[in-house]
Design a protein around this ligand. Structure first.
Ligand code: SF4
Length: 341
């Protein structure tokens, strides 16, 4: 069952720059469609600038969309108002990339964890008799905060400390506790370990796996690190210039990647697919000036004439495995010169 459905999403930013303040349009997300199943970890992978964080911001209503629909439990989130919007915000929480910037340095940990409860004081999810948060006593609130800290492996004695007294890994645990304190169904983790040391990354990934099982969480895990993604995800969506170019089960994508961009991402990880050693040439094109046809054609070593003018449609290339590339179009399959293996 899908908990989230994204249909033909477009997100554009308008920016003014230069002496004449000329307006430019940045096409951050381009006609993107995607489903997330309840209880799964869906990884969104791609280089910096491919639109991963914009996608997260659109889903959490932090950035406006130009067209398309985002359905959460079959309800278009753009139509939500008042209490329904609050319920949505409680159900869908986010952990940000930088644990040094995402915690208020002036607040004690107990106040950082108390804030979401106070903002959602009408919530009735904490007491057995379903009293709203504003009816709970100070002791009851403190117990909720202690439990949240315990869930992420921190002792209650840290409640009176400030964020600067913690390491990066501990701060990210606090950020996760803050996201989970409202008992969400859906967690968006936007590069949650990229600012951390490798040893600490493993701790946070294992914690997210444990919490997913404990609370039956659905997680959208955004990362550019294929090693980390392989460890945590059930499915992977590969993103390039605001579009999904390949999506499938993690095992299938790692065993048999189809899109040239996916293969290049895998080859960027030292231990994977050393047979072909594809090295991506050039930088990701500017989203202010998107290439015609297949968006990847300016960097693709298999580029054909039609790739420069026609947009490849998404086709099924296995069970739950889809790719957008003319190489997997039945017409070009017979042509040996385009074989990628
Ligand atoms: Fe490369 Fe063409 Fe496939 Fe795009 S459609 S990835 S340019 S082969």
């Amino acid at each position: 069952m899908n908990i989230l459905e994204i249909k033909n999403l477009d997100v554009k930013y308008k920016i003014k720059n230069g002496y004449f303040q000329k307006e430019k349009v940045t096409n951050a997300i381009n006609n993107l469609s995607l489903n997330v199943k309840q209880g799964e970890v869906l990884a969104i992978a791609g280089e910096s600038g491919c639109g991963k964080s914009t996608l997260a911001n659109a889903i959490t209503l932090l950035t406006p969309i130009q067209s398309g629909e985002i359905l959460f439990h079959d309800v278009n989130i753009q139509t939500l108002k008042g209490k329904k919007l609050k319920v949505f915000r409680q159900a869908l929480q986010m952990v940000f990339q930088n644990p040094y910037a995402s915690l208020n340095p002036k607040k004690k940990i107990k106040d950082i964890l108390k804030d979401p409860l106070m903002v959602n004081e009408e919530l009735c999810i904490y007491s057995e008799d379903y009293r709203p948060v504003y009816e709970l006593s100070k002791n009851e609130i403190n117990n909720i905060i202690e439990q949240a800290l315990d869930t992420v492996g921190l002792d209650k004695s840290v409640m009176n400390l400030y964020p600067h007294e913690f390491s990066g890994g501990q701060r990210q645990r606090i950020a996760i506790a803050r996201a989970l304190i409202l008992k969400p169904e859906f967690l968006i983790a936007d590069e949650p370990v990229s600012a951390l040391d490798v040893s600490i990354q493993a701790q946070i990934i294992n914690l997210l796996i444990k919490l997913k099982q404990k609370f039956n969480l659905t997680i959208m895990f955004i990362s550019h690190d294929m090693n980390v993604i392989r460890h945590i995800s059930d499915r992977i969506a590969i993103m390039y210039l605001g579009q999904i170019v390949e999506i499938g089960n993690t095992e299938d994508i790692f065993k048999s990647p189809k899109h040239p961009y996916t293969k290049a991402l895998m080859d960027a990880v030292p231990s994977f697919h050393k047979k072909s050693n594809i090295i991506l040439q050039g930088d990701i094109p500017s989203p202010n000036n998107l290439p015609e046809g297949c968006k990847f054609h300016t960097r693709c070593r298999f580029c054909m004439d039609k790739c420069k003018t026609q947009i490849p449609t998404q086709i099924q290339c296995g069970e739950n495995h889809y790719v957008s590339c003319f190489l997997h179009n039945p017409i070009s399959k017979s042509d040996d010169k385009f074989k990628t293996e």
